[in-house]
Design a protein around this ligand. Structure first.
Ligand code: ARG
Length: 403
């Protein structure tokens, strides 16, 4: 093994990465550059700088990636109406390729030969980071301390922290925290009591949504404007992608929208249980489907729905920077040129329901569909032949079965 000269560490300032920083400095004895991304996790980032400084880090990078995250990763994914296993809006999955991209950029800038991350050996995140790094710079080495050191559990991690005088953060109740991953799209919570899927998640797990039972009794009606498949305004006010998502997070959170208690299949091969809160994303998914319902041709819409599970799985499994994801993205993007207009959504006790939609590009024809008389050239008798031909094979089939 060649000697490692310089490492860029994906550093949150939390317990795990603080321990990793210390461990890297001890084991590799080389310079470690820290990179902390602001993805709208709603946490102060200056404490991360202070902690890195205290650990002797000379080159500390803290970068605000909120707009890039939403415009170049979240919105393209929303164009596909992507859901993993029918339910998960992929809030953690979609953040990893962006973090990896920046890690690679910094590694090149500072002449580092390795990237280190704090994802454990059991999860999806290690795969997402490393596949992205492989795709962006095959020459970079990856260091995953969780797969290399002798620490085997969170309990042992806490013991290591105590021994090395690394402060251990605690949750509001003074207990060791859950494993939480947050950004502008979602908060994901895993671990501890949640590891038993038979246990109901305690209320204090939830961070950005109220319990729908406690949400206001009055519904709130909002309007979302779309331009070529992407949301651009809320209630008539134009907003940048990050501002828009954060506005919808506030609105949805107040009405208990976007909670999900899910047992999912990890790429690595085990089932895991997590609690997700995706208020803004849940509203946007409903609204995007609403605007697509009047602006997309039937076959185009159905083709999108056919490839969606495949596209979502690629993102979940860490293949954002892969040719097949880019190919599917091109197909999805191509479909969105006329997906513009306005959708009205009602937020009420945990639900986000589309209640109206309009578009200058609408394919909807009231004249065509109306139960009343209409001037459009539609001959009802055409339907007779249409049904007769479609029924032909069913008649043969039924006759054979009856023999
Ligand atoms: N299970 C989710 C996923 O694979 C969330 C993972 C979040 N990471 C964490 N450190 N809690 O996308």
């Amino acid at each position: 093994m060649t000697k490692t000269e310089k490492i860029v560490l994906s550093y949150s300032g939390g317990l795990d990465t603080s321990i990793i920083l210390k461990w890297l400095q001890e084991v590799y004895g080389c310079e470690v550059v820290t990179f902390t991304a602001d993805l709208g996790q709603g946490e102060e980032l200056e404490p991360a700088r202070a902690k890195a400084e205290m650990s002797g880090v000379k080159d500390i990078r803290i970068v605000d990636l909120r707009e890039e995250f939403v415009s170049d990763f979240v919105f393209p994914m929303l164009r596909a109406n992507a859901l993993y296993e029918g339910q998960y809006l992929l809030g953690s999955s979609i953040a990893r390729p962006l973090i990896a991209k920046r890690l690679v950029g910094i590694a090149r800038e500072v002449g580092a030969d390795a990237i280190a991350h704090g994802a454990t050996g059991k999860g999806n995140d290690q795969i997402r980071f490393e596949l992205a790094i492989n795709a962006l710079d095959p020459s970079l080495k990856v260091i995953a301390p969780w797969r290399q050191w002798n620490i085997r559990s969170r309990t042992q991690l806490l013991e290591y922290a105590e021994k090395h005088h690394i402060p251990v953060p605690s949750d509001k109740r003074g207990e060791a925290p859950f494993s939480i991953d947050a950004n502008l799209l979602h908060t994901s919570t895993e671990g501890k009591i949640l590891e038993n899927p038979a246990e109901v998640a305690p209320d204090h797990v939830y961070q950005r949504t109220v319990d729908p039972l406690d949400a206001p009794d009055a519904p709130e009606i909002i309007t979302i404007g779309f331009e070529a498949g992407d949301p651009v305004s809320v209630n008539g006010k134009s907003m940048t992608p990050a501002a828009l998502l954060s506005e919808l997070n506030g609105l949805g959170g107040r009405h208990g929208v976007g909670r999900l208690d899910l047992v999912e299949n990890r790429f690595i091969g085990m089932k895991s249980r997590g609690i997700y809160e995706t208020p803004g994303g849940t509203i946007l998914l409903a609204a995007h489907r609403g605007i697509e319902s009047i602006t997309l041709d039937r076959a185009a819409a159905h083709l999108k729905d056919e490839i969606m599970p495949r596209y979502a799985e690629l993102i979940y499994n860490g293949f954002w920077f892969a040719p097949e994801r880019e190919m599917l993205q091109a197909l999805i993007d191509q479909s969105q040129a006329f997906v513009s207009g306005e959708v009205t959504v009602r937020l009420y006790k945990g639900s986000a329901s589309v209640i109206s939609r309009t578009s200058p590009w609408s394919l909807y024809s009231a004249d065509l569909v109306t139960f009343e008389e209409s001037a459009v050239a539609y001959d009802h008798r055409d339907a007779e032949g249409f049904i007769r031909l479609n029924g032909l094979r069913l008649k043969s089939w039924a006759a054979r079965n009856g023999r």
